[in-house]
Unconditional design. Structure first.
Length: 402
């Protein structure tokens, strides 16, 4: 690698030596400390690579020993530099390209709108306002007065955008804007209501105004947070019309302690489903997932109530799974059995069912703050009541009320 860099930086020449004492000339080159590369004999001549600085010394030695040489090829930075000096049009092209790049980097050539929530008509209106304000392709980048351009664009598009920003990156100017929404978007609502009744424990208003206070009892469907209608005066100080007013959507959370209750009566007797031990079996083949072949020994279940168990086995041969399945359907007869419950059994079943119903009624995201259970014996069975007090967010959009 060092010799290669030395040849590139200092230049190199490939020479072909001919004559009676060519071996002696090569030996003298080596004895005088000159580097020689790729020495090859080609018939009556020898070719090799030498440094560009050795050529002058080589002239004297070859004349002294009656040896002639010719330059086959040459390379390296000094050679390339001398070739470039003899071709001025290359320098003219290089300087022209440099001037073109410098000129292009000092101007704005692309003006784009990066806001994604604008319609094509709004995008064209922004580009037109920017062009009128002095931001257009071809303008000098260092002469851009961004605050003045933004002010001119807001003046041309009054009451349409709450913010207009201009960012310059090289030869590209990007325009970003936030439009003024005079009505809440489709995913926001002008008010939030309670989806369940309870006692308010906390109110967090992100947008709008609260309609309830902490400690207040609310009912299902009651308005909790309302949007605010704001009317901003225009430049002349006049109040805008209702159509020009801005409606703030309602957004926030209202937490309340909500009561969930379930009551279950467990009779002293219950009906169980058990297997009688009788069963019927049907077998069939399924070929390629489509063709069904019912085997002759298929049985029809002779009983009315049964449970089906399906067994599937694939055919295999020589370690390869074939597209054939053996399906065995087992019909197990089931019957009903009545069981007399003890007080403990009836109490356990009643509480479990009541708790299951309460848990099913509670939406996710709440915290259980209190649990109440009551059990009472009656002539018909055990009556269990489960009450959970859950602290959760009850503020929802009116459309979510069922």
């Amino acid at each position: 690698m060092t010799d290669y860099l030395r040849r590139i930086i200092g230049g190199w020449v490939e020479v072909r030596l001919t004559g009676a004492q060519i071996e002696k000339v090569v030996s003298l080159l080596a004895l005088n400390g000159f580097r020689i590369w790729r020495v090859r004999r080609q018939g009556e001549s020898i070719s090799c690579l030498i440094g560009l600085s050795v050529v002058e010394w080589l002239d004297e030695v070859t004349v002294e020993h009656g040896v002639s040489y010719e330059i086959v090829r040459q390379g390296g930075l000094p050679i390339r530099w001398s070739e470039l000096k003899r071709q001025p049009w290359i320098w003219a092209g290089f300087l022209g390209a440099l001037a073109l790049v410098l000129y292009a980097s000092l101007h704005i050539w692309v003006v784009d709108v990066t806001a994604t929530n604008l319609s094509p008509a709004e995008t064209q209106a922004l580009l037109k306002a920017a062009r009128s304000a002095g931001l257009a392709p071809g303008v000098w980048r260092n002469r851009l007065d961004i605050p003045r351009i933004r002010q001119a664009m807001e003046h041309q598009l009054p009451r349409q955008y709450s913010w207009i920003g201009i960012h310059v990156h090289g030869a590209v100017a990007q325009i970003d804007a936030i439009p003024v929404h005079r009505r809440p978007p489709a995913h926001l609502f002008p008010r939030l209501v309670a989806d369940a009744g309870g006692t308010v424990t906390a109110v967090y208003v992100y947008m709008g105004a609260p309609d309830v206070l902490v400690g207040e009892k609310v009912t299902r469907g009651q308005v909790l947070i309302s949007g605010v209608v704001s009317a901003v005066p225009n430049a002349a100080g006049d109040q805008p019309s209702t159509e020009e007013s801005i409606v703030t959507p309602a957004e926030g959370e209202v937490w309340a302690r909500v009561r969930y209750q379930a009551t279950v009566l467990q009779p002293w007797q219950r009906t169980l489903t058990v297997f009688s031990g009788r069963r019927a079996v049907r077998r069939m083949w399924v070929i390629d997932g489509q063709y069904v072949v019912t085997l002759p020994n298929a049985e029809t279940p002779p009983f009315q109530h049964f449970q089906i168990v399906r067994h599937v086995a694939n055919w295999r041969w020589a370690g390869v799974t074939l597209p054939v399945e053996t399906i065995q359907i087992v019909y197990n007869e089931i019957s009903e059995k009545r069981q007399r419950l003890t007080v403990s059994q009836a109490r356990k079943l009643a509480l479990a069912e009541a708790q299951r119903r309460v848990q099913a009624a509670i939406p996710p995201g709440g915290t259980v703050v209190q649990r109440i259970r009551t059990v009472r014996r009656t002539p018909k069975g055990v009556l269990a009541t489960v009450v959970w007090i859950v602290n959760r967010n009850i503020a929802v959009a009116p459309t979510r009320l069922k």
